[in-house]
Every structure is written in structure tokens, then in C-alpha cells.
Design a protein around this ligand. Sequence first.
Ligand code: ASP
Ligand code: MG
Length: 463
Amino acid sequence: MKNLLVMKFGGTSLGSAERMRVAARIVAEEQKKRPVVVVVSAMSRITDLLLDTMRHAEGGNRAAVEANLAALRTRHEETCRELLPPRKRAAMTARIAELIGEFERIVNGMAMLGERPPRSVDEAVVTGEWLSATLISEYLTISGTPAAAVNAREVVVTDAMFGNASPLMEPTREKARARLLPLLEQGVLPVVTGFNGATADGRPTTLGRGGSDFSASILAAVLDASELWIWTDVDGIMSADPRLVPDAEVLPAITYAEAAELAYNGAKVLHPRTLAPLVEKKIPVWSKNSFAPEKPGTKIVPSVAAQSATRAVASMSKVALLSLEPASPELNGVQVMARALDAVARANVEILLLSSSSYRQNFCFLVREEELSRTLEALEAALALELAHHYIEQIHVDRDVGLLAAVGEGMQGKAGLAGRIFTAISRAQVNVIAIAQGSSELTIAVVVRRDGLEKAVRAVHAE
Ligand code: ASP
Ligand code: MG
């Protein structure tokens, strides 16, 4: 399929009947020019609501479950009423009830067991995407763009890491093409659920929170799309978080590597795993604002001429720094590090920064606050013996920290940049706790006290 455009709409871009109309208008306009595949998130805050419902079911809080189910129904029924003409409402309301009924069945199972198995969570949580895909595809169809809702469990094949699965690209390629290309050839626009997939033997999975960007890039890659547009509620990727840096600017163009680094280091516009599937085929991505579609947004491409060495400053405040230090000289520091990292990897925790001082073999690494308890459990289990015998002093945890990352491909081979960054931070009277720069020189990452983070970000951005 030549000149295919994949467009993904996030939750706020589908947050109401009004927003769905705007999204549909954008889709219809592009669809006149070329084939389009749409990928959708759940309506804003719905995924949180679904997950919360399952937690209450596990905890036996029937009243909270009922209240959440009612909220879920109301939100979608209201949207249906405002979106569709009267003659279409009854059928859609019945369909909504049916989908929420399926969700409720799984939730009831969880309440009965007092348990919330990850694979059941994955099966149930996709209800949000399935509802939004159903609503908007119906609206598209009745407003003149024939569309069909497609559940991504029919097209995206993943491993069995429930809650954070990874795609298997070859089988996905086969399934996605077999399911979606015939629709496109018939002039029917596929509206595919973001966020989910299924294992090769059909067990439902999800790609992790915020994963529908990733869904869209997976589909763009396997369908050999010519472009991917990601619609959000901000103007594009910015040179810093505008809440911290008032004069932060929208970047007109950045590279895949820079965008991925920014996403990993806290920029919220793109899911960190989004760009990987696109690199090989060099499929360009646009990050655009559905609340201001006339604005150009940010283009993400393989390479961009550098105007300045550092493209942007990302930051993250909900992080924790863990440090380990072998207390006994007999203990091989590298082995401790290897065992610790292996444990962290098996717990499926992402390390945001890693730094080691070679002489005392102290090493520290940064994780997201929400992954801290999982990380500690994994480390304590893997190093139980060493801890019991005091070969390793306790695992030290510092929650009062923040991460700043200066990102830019232009930093490579340029002397003096690290100096300027650290001088700027010290001029702001902020102390540096840990530092990391990989040899690719794409990112300089710095851990500072949390209360100094904002000042440090402003100082580095200004520099
Ligand atoms: N709805 C899912 C979430 O909230 C996926 C997404 O929005 O990308 O995590
Ligand atoms: Mg999202």
C-alpha cells in the first residue's frame, strides 16, 4: 500500500464527543488524499478508572466497583448520545453495555478470587480502547468515511510479558497485513485499538502504560507506512518542560535518538519505546496537537542539522536513587553489579541512569519511584546472603532526588559542554549527586536534590 499514513489519537484527543468529532474531521480530511490507518487510546482517564476498578475488586470493595462501573457507563453513554444521531444511539448503547458487561465479568472473577492476575488485567483493561475505537469508527462511518473497529489482539503479536509485552515483528507483520490491507483495499478505514496485542497462542497482552504510541509505530513499521502522526494535546516536543521553563520552545525537528532519549528521561509526549520500530525503515513521525491542528508540531526523523549542540533538557522528579557498596574487599564488585542488574532486569524494571566509581566499587542507579519497591524486593532476594553476612552494607535508597538530562546529537565530540552544564548547575547553587554520560555523548544525565531540580533545569536550559 503506497503512501500510507498511520495516525494515533491519545486519550485527551478523544476525551469527549466534541474531541472525537475533531479527530474524525482530521482523519476524514487526510483520508481523501491517501490511505489511513487510525490507532486510538482509551478516552482520557478511562484506563486509570479500569485499573482502579480491578484493584477494588481484588480488595473486595463492591461499592467502589459499582461506582466505577457506573462512571464508566455514564461517560461512554453520554459521549454516544452527544456524538451519534438518535437512530444510531440504541444499537451503540447496547454495544457499550455489552463491552462493559464483558469487563464486569472479569472484574467479578477477580472479586471472587481476591486476586488480580496480570493476564486477566491485560484482557480487561483494553475495554477502554475497544470502547473508543467502537465509538469513533461508528461516527466516522455515519459521517461519510466508512470505518471498522479492529481489536489489536487480532493484529499485534507479542511475547507473554503481561502488562509490559514486547511485539514480535515478523508474526505481527503477517497478521496485520492480512487483517488490515483488505480493509484498506475496500476503502474501509481501520480504527485499531492501541495499547494491546496477544501472544501467538491468543492470550491478550498489553504493551505497558501509555503504550498506544508504541502500537502505532509497530503498525506503521509492519505496514511500511510513509508517515506516522501522533496526535496529543501539546504543540510538539519542547526544549524543556514548559511548567519548569517558561521560555521552553517547540522543537521543529529532532532525531529518533534524541526523541527516544527525551522520552526515557521524562518528556511525556512520546512513549519511550515508540521510535525503535521505525528506525530501520526511516519512517518519519510527527508529534501534533489535535487542539491546534494547524500548528506544524515536531518532526522526528533520522537526522537533523544541529543548530546547537544540546537540543533539549528533560527532567523527572518521581525517581529514586539506589546505591550498593560491597563492604568486604573479598567481594568482587563486578559480580555484585552483575547480580544486582540481573535481578533488576528480571523484575522488568527500567534503569534510568547508572554510575559507578571504580575504586570503591560503589555503584548507584536510578529507577522510577513507582518501581522502587519492586526493585528493592528483587535486589534483597538476589543478594540475601551478602546482606545477611554484611558483605554488602544495606542497600541505600534516596528518594529525595530528581533527574536532569541534557540531550542532543550535536554534543558528540564537542569539548567544554559538560563543563558548561555543570557550571550552570553550580551557579544555581544546586549540588550534583550522580552523573552519567555514555560514550555516544547523546545525553548527559545528572541527579540532583529534588528541591534543586527546577532551578537546575532552568539554568541548563538558559545556558
Ligand atoms: N490507554 C492506555 C494508558 O492510559 C494506553 C495509552 O493511552 O497509550 O496507558
Ligand atoms: Mg496516553
